[in-house]
Design a protein around this ligand. Structure first.
Ligand code: EPU
Length: 337
């Protein structure tokens, strides 16, 4: 079914809860409806919207927001302990993780409780606790309005990197992801690299899928604000990847600075949350915007009244503080519209 809403408040459609309006919103339940959606309801200007969890609206939207609501999970293959599933873009990400954990399928458990829809997962290659969704994705299916057809990209052509994909670059604003195909494993593959995770999983009685999910949900609930209560978009900034020589000279001054291999020769990933925290900004707020008191990487709408522009101003102040203290630029992770 296709549903059309005109001149609508979108504060409930973005996790920052900023009060902007959209000229038109079109929801669709079935991928097959997309040609009709575009032929009948969508003009020149449009953009895809999932759960609105990684987006900051700074103005009213005069284009049409196209929202996938297809939620089917279909097992499309089983071979040698590997199960391939095709999942509708409109399914809540964590419902998919729960579905996998209930069926003893390994792969996405470390990504428990990440807010958002399945269709958004490949866009920023969601990641947490030593796992990235790219490691389980095999194909991404999408509609290409310019040509009016559906296309499928194999994972190796999706340009996945740390919070990166082709959907943030050459395909940005040109496709609507309709389904994502994942390859999961019936064989246990616990990823317990994170100190907090190992400890909690052991306390719960060992590395079963449901214990890992429980541990990760509890760590996240404890550290990250609940978007239904406090507007936020998860990590507002990306962890910066710098030349290893820069990391080494900072480490002389700050020996306790968290740093990780960036997966690229000569580069080191730093923790933006730590850098912001060291600028004494954790828990700081001004006007309607603040830095979360338990995780400095997360900016919050403290009063529920913040505008997108206010959040941007505040974010610039955070970026400047980090640059002035460490000489490091931190980029936003959130998609700013
Ligand atoms: N840290 C601080 N102060 C802070 C925050 C962090 O000192 O306020 C330190 C921590 O003690 C730790 C290091 O910085 O030594 C890294 O912190 P953490 O493990 O909490 O992870 P992160 O790098 O801040 C990333 C993801 C999160 C994900 C966590 C856990 C990005 C941009 N963020 O955060 O993802 O949940 O790892 O794996 O990569 C999200 O994308 O919305 C998100 C929440």
């Amino acid at each position: 079914m296709i549903r059309v809403f005109e001149n609508t408040d979108i504060s409930t459609r973005n996790s920052f809860h900023v009060h902007q309006r959209a000229a038109k919103i079109v929801e669709f339940d079935y991928n097959e409806e997309l040609p009709e959606v575009f032929a009948t309801h969508v003009g020149e200007k449009w953009m895809a919207l999932g759960g609105g969890n990684n987006i900051l609206f700074t103005k009213d939207i005069d284009s049409t927001l196209v929202v996938p609501c297809n939620k089917d999970i279909e097992i499309v293959g089983k071979e040698d302990g590997r199960v391939t599933v095709r999942v509708g873009a409109g399914l809540e990400w964590d419902e998919f993780v729960e579905w996998c954990v209930e069926r003893e399928l390994w792969g996405v458990e470390n990504l428990s409780l990440i807010p958002g829809k399945v269709g958004a997962a490949p866009v920023q290659n969601i990641g947490a606790y030593g796992a990235e969704v790219k490691d389980c994705i095999t194909r991404v299916e999408m509609f290409f309005p310019e040509q009016g057809n559906f296309i499928t990209l194999a994972a190796e052509h999706c340009g996945f990197g740390y919070r990166e994909s082709v959907f943030k670059h050459s395909l940005k604003g040109r496709v609507i992801i309709t389904s994502v195909e994942f390859c999961l494993s019936e064989t246990p593959h616990p990823k317990l690299g994170y100190g907090d995770v190992i400890q909690q999983v052991e306390e719960l009685g060992g590395a079963t899928l449901s214990n890992i999910r429980k541990a990760i949900c509890s760590i996240r609930r404890n550290k990250l604000p609940d978007t239904t209560v406090t507007g936020n978009a998860g990590s507002f900034f990306k962890n910066p990847i710098v030349d290893s020589s820069i990391a080494e000279s900072l480490l002389e001054q700050y020996p306790d600075m968290p740093h990780y291999p960036a997966g690229v020769e000569g580069k080191t990933k730093l923790a933006a949350g730590w850098l912001i925290d060291k600028c004494s900004l954790k828990g700081y707020s001004k006007g309607n915007v603040g830095v979360h008191h338990k995780q400095a990487l997360v900016l919050i709408n403290t009063t529920g009244e913040a505008t997108g522009c206010e959040v941007i101003e505040f974010a610039k102040m955070v970026q400047k503080s980090v640059f002035d203290k460490f000489g490091i630029e931190i980029d936003t992770e959130v998609n700013i519209i």
